[in-house]
Design a protein around this ligand. Structure first.
Ligand SMILES: [Zn+2]
Length: 96
């Protein structure tokens, strides 16, 4: 199969989507891991389609594998918070 345009695949549910439907998570050259909603940051990236999938990949260590970077509990917490800042409506189960 030829690769024509890059297809992004969610590391959680493996759904394929176009670049805009998935949110990029990047490991920056500085070694930090962050959400990259613009998709333009340098570094190794992985994509997730929803907060559920973010949770899944964080819990199962799939994100670490995809990014080839160990994630501390603080890193994971930061990603969750960043996601909830980006998509406040996705905040499930939080009573604040
Ligand atoms: Zn997904």
């Amino acid at each position: 199969m030829k690769k024509k345009k890059p297809v992004r695949t969610c590391v959680g549910c493996e759904v394929e989507g176009d670049k805009r439907a998935l949110v990029r998570i990047v490991r920056t050259p500085e070694g930090t891991v962050e959400l990259d909603p613009t998709g333009r940051k340098n570094g190794r990236g992985a994509y997730v389609c929803s907060y559920d999938c973010l949770e899944t990949v964080l819990r199962r260590g799939r994100l670490e594998r995809a990014l080839r970077a160990p994630l501390s509990p603080e890193d994971k917490e930061r990603l969750r918070e960043a996601w909830q800042t980006l998509f406040p409506e996705a905040q499930a189960g939080s009573s604040r």
